[in-house]
Design a protein around this ligand. Sequence first.
Ligand SMILES: Cc1cc2nc3c(=O)[nH]c(=O)nc-3n(C[C@H](O)[C@H](O)[C@H](O)COP(=O)(O)OP(=O)(O)OC[C@H]3O[C@@H](n4cnc5c(N)ncnc54)[C@H](O)[C@@H]3O)c2cc1C
Length: 416
Amino acid sequence: MDIVIVGAGPAGVTVAETLRELGYDAEITMLSKEPFPPYSPPLMADYLETSGKSKLIFWKGSDFAEKHDIRLKTGVEVVGISPSSKRIHLSDGGEIGYDKLVIASGSKMWIPLECRCGEAKGRVQYYNFKSLSAVSHLLKEVQKGANKAVVVGAGFIGMEIAITLRRIGLEVLVVEMQDRILPRMVSRETSRYLENIVRDLGIELLLNSRGVMLKGEEVAEELLLGDGRSIKGDLFIAATGVRPNVEFLKDSGIEVGRGISVNEYLETNIPDIYACGDVANVRDIVTGNAYPHAIYPEAIHQGKTVALNIMGYRKPYDGGLNMNSLYHFHLPLISEGAMVGEVEPDETLFYEDGSVMRKIDIKDEKILRFELVGDKKGIGFLHTLLVKRENVDRIKDRILLGKYNHAHLILETLSH
Ligand SMILES: Cc1cc2nc3c(=O)[nH]c(=O)nc-3n(C[C@H](O)[C@H](O)[C@H](O)COP(=O)(O)OP(=O)(O)OC[C@H]3O[C@@H](n4cnc5c(N)ncnc54)[C@H](O)[C@@H]3O)c2cc1C
């Protein structure tokens, strides 16, 4: 049986590695658009900060393919799939047959900015931070001595790149159309708290401002805002959101919604084709809504599930969990559960004391989401209550303070 994996990101790598761990010893081919060995996107900030010296980025080792006897083809793009003949078509004109196919093509930056930048003459007009190729272009420009960076978008990736560029000495301005940073990820209170930290780092924030167009003679030199203002800079970075890489599936018959539609075994609607990671549309265990859960732990978990199912274990995937840990702010900060604004809570429990903030949203007597800032006390217990969809009505005030855990619950149950 020949297994072909499209994409060498965390999801694709996990499928291949798990297949080998499970004893699969036939051919595995991995195809990657990127001209590098498999790398970990969460480590790209570190790569930039160390001027490309940190080799941690290749987190499975530069010899991952040789070590696991995987035929890794880099720098080649899959441009089409013909399920009827079980063949995939490559950008270099080649074709490869498969018995089982895994689509782990991840996501790309979605950029709603018009660019009127004349003739680029081989230069990059503006930047993003979604792939190691993109980061390498950005690094070159930084090394040429750029002074002022303008980051469009204050989501997770935007804030990570802003903090990193500031750390390596650039002047940084972040433009965000909403009235706060990280609007989908953290509550308003936490945004305000983090905005102070960001400003103390010397990063300028321009909130309530929509970037609409980049202009320049060859490369972007200014960003025009919706209200007519113009912002000048040396380099512009789009961090405006991500979308699944699904264009090459056009005409394949593979069903795509917000991402590739999959069943509980992460199988697509076409036999012998699986999808996992940022590209897959999976049901959330808390809200029941299906959307691509574009985070690293999900890519790993789904990759393992796909490998088990290819090997015939019929292992259902238990659903996606949205969780974020913002380590670039150098303080304990974690949120788990529904995205901000996704579902209206019945009740919000809130505790604040100095630099500690704890917040739990409750819906139908269960945790809908929680957010801990400055203190992770009781996080394991909160996580368990969230994923097991436990009724917390009786204990909610105590779990808010982090002073109540599994042991207390057991003792209480025994004494009743
Ligand atoms: C800067 C940054 C920081 C992040 N930090 C965190 C973090 O701290 N914590 C966290 O949980 N998550 C983080 N994430 C998200 C996490 O990296 C992703 O969820 C994870 O990488 C998804 O893995 P994946 O394999 O599904 O997709 P990807 O990592 O996107 O990999 C997919 C690969 O497939 C390739 N590909 C796409 N289309 C084709 C094609 N047609 N032919 C061949 N190859 C193709 C792509 O080039 C890409 O290399 C971060 C992401 C970024 C960009």
